[in-house]
Design a binder for this molecule. Structure first.
Ligand SMILES: [Zn+2]
Length: 167
């Protein structure tokens, strides 16, 4: 048995988020809302990895990610690999990909930005640099680094999308 298997138990059914940039597991849990799950979770921080020097890993029993959570993870940790587990076996592997344009997931912190007005406008950011992450609001041009990013709540994203459809 490898060293890693000894440290982190297998799960029966659920999701494994592997190759998270070291130090980001807790941020991912907080920002995606996964941290509020009542289900069994195993979190490895600074686990030794061959490919990258150190990595974080999250295993969650009985939870599967929605597309919004996948996109949030791609922003926080573009190297992450997601495996869906059933009956202790990997049934599907997904690799997240940071898009060139990030729509509606992130809030612009500029109060006077049009994306913060009552207008039904989805926020939109251009990815200027992937690592370290640097994004720019297309409306007010303000630039954000990873630690300055504020994610929209799920309810807010859904509301904005609904408003846009009603137009
Ligand atoms: Zn803006």
């Amino acid at each position: 048995m490898s060293e890693e298997k000894l440290k982190i138990d297998k799960i029966k059914k659920g999701t494994v988020i592997d190759h998270i940039d070291s130090g980001y597991a807790l941020t991912i849990l907080n920002l995606t809302g996964l941290g509020e799950s009542p289900n069994l979770m195993t979190i490895g921080v600074n686990v030794s990895s061959k490919k990258y020097q150190k990595k974080d890993i999250i295993k969650i029993e009985g939870e599967f990610l929605d597309p919004i959570q996948m996109q949030q993870i791609s922003i926080l940790s573009p190297n992450a690999k997601i495996s869906l587990i059933d009956d202790y076996k990997v049934i599907e592997k997904k690799k997240v990909k940071l898009p060139n344009i990030i729509k509606s997931l992130i809030l612009c912190q500029n109060k006077t930005c049009i994306s913060n007005s009552e207008e039904p406008i989805e926020t939109e950011f251009n990815v200027l640099e992937e690592k370290p992450l640097k994004i720019q609001c297309v409306y007010c041009n303000r630039i954000y680094k990873l630690d300055e990013i504020v994610f929209s709540s799920k309810e807010k994203i859904e509301k904005k999308i609904k408003q846009t459809i009603q137009l």
